[in-house]
Design a protein around this ligand. Structure first.
Ligand code: SF4
Length: 222
């Protein structure tokens, strides 16, 4: 527990998106990402925030004091630089719940390293900007969808590529599969999110997916 991880954020808040939206979580944010998404809502933080070391024992104390889960996010928790620290957080801490948010980069490798006796959700958030991204995302999904701890969270930005991907996603016949998919509106501010929600709700209805708001942006708590 004397081990340290290097993060750009470590504070208690609430999960703003996806299956555990609204739960109290310690937000543990890594600095580096392998992608540069045009609508990234953390790109400025990643660029300007300095990393600092945090002891696992201190994070454990906060989990116990605040009765909080942990949200491991970024950046991308599975890039080489952060991979071992992510494994340490998940395997060495004791927590009521953990979420790991990933663009899929090394997600299968991460799942295979994690002790699944605790309540961990791996939230795969594919980033789709062209047809190659669709193929790559489907390939990743095929590798990880057999794990019932895997959830999918997709930002609908109005693009035909994302629509095409959703169509493919919706073809699975397993009812439980649809229950593991969340669709979210694009937007880095409250006004855009609300404006873009209508189309997102329509697609949730069409493809039978769950809708996720992005409460941290709407209410400004992260
Ligand atoms: S994968 Fe996530 S953190 Fe990385 S650039 Fe895209 S939105 Fe930002």
């Amino acid at each position: 527990m004397n081990k340290e991880v290097r993060l750009i954020e470590n504070f208690v808040s609430w999960q703003g998106e996806g299956p555990d939206s609204g739960r109290t979580m310690i937000i543990l944010r890594f600095k580096t990402c392998n992608l540069k998404c045009p609508w990234c809502d953390t790109s400025v933080k990643m660029r300007i925030s300095a990393e600092a070391p945090y002891k696992l024992s201190d994070i454990q104390r906060t989990i116990l004091d605040r009765k909080a889960g942990i949200l491991i996010t970024g950046g991308e928790p599975t890039v080489k630089k952060h991979f071992n620290e992510t494994v340490s957080l998940l395997n060495e801490l004791r927590y009521p719940i953990a979420n790991v948010e990933s663009n899929g980069h090394n997600l299968r490798e991460l799942i295979s390293e994690v002790d699944l006796s605790q309540s961990v959700k791996f939230i795969y958030s594919p980033k789709i900007f062209n047809s190659e991204d669709i193929d790559k995302s489907i390939e990743i999904l095929e590798q990880i969808k057999g794990y019932d701890r895997v959830y999918v969270k997709v930002v609908y930005d109005g693009s035909d590529y994302v629509y095409e991907f959703l169509k493919i996603l919706s073809k699975e016949e397993d009812l439980l599969w649809n229950q593991r998919i969340w669709l979210m509106p694009e937007g880095t501010n409250r006004v855009d999110l609300i404006k873009n929600s209508e189309k997102t709700f329509d697609l949730c209805e069409k493809f039978k997916f769950n809708f996720s708001s992005r409460s941290h942006i709407i209410f400004g708590f992260i």
